[in-house]
Structure formats: structure tokens, C-alpha cells
Design a protein around this ligand. Structure first.
Ligand SMILES: NC(=O)c1ccc[n+]([C@@H]2O[C@H](COP(=O)([O-])OP(=O)(O)OC[C@H]3O[C@@H](n4cnc5c(N)ncnc54)[C@H](OP(=O)(O)O)[C@@H]3O)[C@@H](O)[C@H]2O)c1
Length: 329
């Protein structure tokens, strides 16, 4: 008999998530039926989307949504042999039963020496978000000046590197000097710590006096109010995330942005990675290839132990992670 441990959200988050918002439960799983497999999570993902989505999709007491890389530990389905690993969407749980649907195999040419946790990061959902969001929404041209915020994170670090691969000049902002160092290491042309600059507007001007063609926005809020003013005419803005606003109990109000959009003839477009789901295999193939060739570098922020999963999640909103935040079982 296998006991699955799962993290539930015992009460809706009010402001930033707190340790008391989470409860660990245990549940005995039933014996497998024909066609089913039992999987054990190896790596779990904590992502900022869980904060706004919890409000939209979860009831108090529900297991928190999320993805993992999981290994088959028992199988009554020959298509999913014991030992095989898949990306699954089973939520914050150690073990689960699947009938094989919604289990995604890792790309077949996954090198043995590459951590499988990358299937939750640079060669997974965040990588695909960066790949399709940047290329399809920002539509970059060689020589474009690109701005990325939360640039040392899972999505932002991939966006910046893809922009370099495409021949752009890339400016990144991040919340610590160590993160700024990481951005320089992975090829950003300019990077600054938005928490310590005396003026964000000045920092943006210094980094690119001529302004910005593309802005990949992970943060929203005040940062965007300032950045929009420094776009070039016909600039393109990909609205990927708005993490600075996710914990607002009362919606923030800001300056009205329509004049900047109008007078600079900007295009600002929100997107979900899933818009390009039918092209995910192609995107994963390219991302993996770049990783293998050393053109796409990655860093992971590993939190050890399933019991520390809430802390790993809470840390996202404090900027504790450089690269993809991963929970290792
Ligand atoms: N549209 C889509 O399909 C899609 C898919 C995946 C992710 N996203 C969005 O993309 C963004 C980045 O996600 P990710 O997975 O790559 O996360 P991440 O960047 O790896 O982690 C979050 C980072 O956001 C920054 N941050 C946290 N609170 C902030 C605040 N109040 N103001 C400014 N920055 C703050 C912190 O970095 P600093 O230290 O630099 O502040 C933190 O490390 C999120 O907004 C997420 O919701 C969208």
C-alpha cells in the first residue's frame, strides 16, 4: 500500500503566501487497475502562476496544482514501463496513479548527463514560454534592443539568451547584485539591480539611450509604467506575467498607459504559452539543442525535500531564486 503525501491550500492566500496557508495531508492510494501506473515525483515545480491561479481554480482544502517529473514505480500498462520518467500535471504530491493520459515523455534525445529537472525549466514550460512568447509576440529583428525584467528567473533568463541568439542587444533587470552577475555571465549586454538603482528611468536610459524595440514583461506594475515611456516608436511588448501585482489584496492603480501606447504606436499583447501547444515538440527540440550546444545556459534553485515545498513557493515572491525554482524529493 502506497501513501501519497500532498500539499493542500487550507485557506486562500491573502497578500503574500504564508506557511500557515498550506497543510500536508496523507492518503492511501488504491491498488492499480489494469492499464494504470503508479508514479513517484522526482522533481516538482513551483511557479508564480500558482498564486493567481489558486484564486481562480482552487477551493480551500484542494491539492495545489502543478507539474513534476515523475518516475513509474509500478505498472499495469506496458506502454509505461517501470523506471520511465514523464512530465505530469498531478499537483503538489509525492505519488499518484495515472492511466497514461497526460503523461508527457521527455524528448527522446535527452542526454544522460542532463538533469531531468530541466524538463520543468529551460526545456519545459518556462523555456517554451520564453521561446514562443518572445519570438511570436515581440517578433524580434536582428539589432533590436530588448528589455527583460525578472531576467534572472526561469523565463527571463531564457528570453535574454534567445534574444542574443537572434542578434539583439539585451538589457535585463533583476533584484540582487548576484543575479546581475549571473545575467552578465549568460551574455546579457547590460544588467542592473532594480532594487538599488536610484532611478529606474535613469537606469533604463543609461542602458539604452536610444530606447527599446521589444519589452518582455514578467513583472508589470510600476516597472512597466516606467518602461513604456522608453519604448521606441512601434515597439512590441509581450505581457508574460505581472508578478509585482499577484499578491495585491486590493487591485493597484497606476498611471494610465494609453497615451504612451498611442503616441509611440506600441503593440502590447498578453499571452499564455499554451497558445502554441501544437508547436511544443518543435520548441522543446530547439531548446534542448541549444542547451546541448551550450548556447542556452541554465541555473536551478533547488529546494531539497517535499516538506519544504511551501517555502520554495513563498521564496519566489521574495526573489530567492536565480533560475528555475525546483523542489527535489
Ligand atoms: N504567460 C505565460 O504563459 C507564463 C508562463 C510562465 C510564467 N509566466 C510569468 O512569467 C513571470 C516569471 O515567471 P518565472 O517562472 O520565470 O519566475 P521566476 O522569474 O523564476 O521567479 C520569480 C521572480 O520574480 C521576481 N519578483 C518576485 N516578486 C516581485 C515583485 N513584487 N516585483 C518585481 N519582481 C518580483 C523575483 O526576481 P527579482 O529578484 O529579480 O525581483 C523572483 O525571483 C511570472 O510573472 C509568471 O507568472 C507566464
Amino acid at each position: 500500500m502506497v501513501v501519497a503525501k500532498s500539499w493542500t491550500m487550507v485557506r486562500h492566500f491573502d497578500g503574500a503566501p504564508q506557511p500557515e496557508d498550506f497543510l500536508l495531508i496523507e492518503k492511501e492510494l488504491p491498488p492499480l487497475k489494469e492499464g494504470e501506473v503508479l508514479l513517484e515525483s522526482e522533481f516538482l515545480s513551483v511557479d508564480p502562476y500558482m498564486r493567481p491561479y489558486s484564486k481562480m481554480k482552487l477551493k480551500e482544502g484542494d491539492v495545489i496544482m502543478g507539474s513534476q517529473v515523475a518516475r513509474v514505480v509500478e505498472s499495469k500498462n506496458p506502454a509505461f514501463p517501470v523506471g520511465a520518467c514523464y512530465v505530469a500535471y498531478a499537483g503538489w504530491t509525492t505519488h499518484f496513479i495515472s492511466d497514461g493520459t497526460e503523461l508527457d515523455a521527455l524528448p527522446s534525445n535527452w542526454p544522460d548527463n542532463l538533469p531531468r529537472s530541466l524538463a520543468l525549466g529551460a526545456v519545459g514550460m518556462p523555456g517554451l514560454t520564453a521561446y514562443f512568447g518572445f519570438l511570436k509576440v515581440c517578433n524580434p529583428k536582428e539589432g533590436d534592443v530588448v528589455l527583460v525584467n525578472a531576467a534572472a528567473g526561469a523565463v527571463g533568463s531564457v528570453v535574454g539568451q534567445i534574444a542574443k541568439i537572434k542578434g539583439c542587444k539585451v538589457i535585463g533587470s533583476a533584484g540582487s547584485d548576484d543575479k546581475v552577475g549571473f545575467l552578465k555571465e549568460i551574455g546579457f549586454d547590460e544588467a542592473f539591480n532594480y532594487k538599488t538603482v536610484s532611478s529606474l528611468a535613469e537606469a533604463l536610459k543609461t542602458a539604452s539611450p536610444e530606447g527599446y524595440d521589444c519589452y518582455f514583461d514578467n513583472v508589470g506594475g510600476k516597472f512597466t509604467d516606467t518602461a513604456l515611456q522608453q519604448m521606441k516608436d512601434f515597439g512590441r511588448i509581450a505581457v508574460c506575467g505581472a508578478i509585482s501585482l499577484y499578491n495585491d489584496s486590493v487591485p493597484s492603480t497606476g498611471p494610465y498607459i494609453q497615451p504612451y501606447i498611442l503616441f509611440k504606436q506600441l503593440r502590447m499583447e498578453g499571452f499564455f504559452d499554451t497558445r502554441w501547444q501544437d508547436q511544443f515538440p518543435e520548441g522543446l527540440k530547439q531548446l534542448l539543442q541549444w542547451v546541448i550546444e551550450g548556447k542556452l545556459k541554465y541555473r536551478e534553485h533547488i529546494t531539497n525535500g517535499f516538506e519544504n515545498m511551501p517555502a520554495g513557493f513563498i521564496g519566489l515572491f521574495k526573489g530567492e531564486n536565480t533560475g528555475k525554482a525546483i523542489i527535489k524529493m
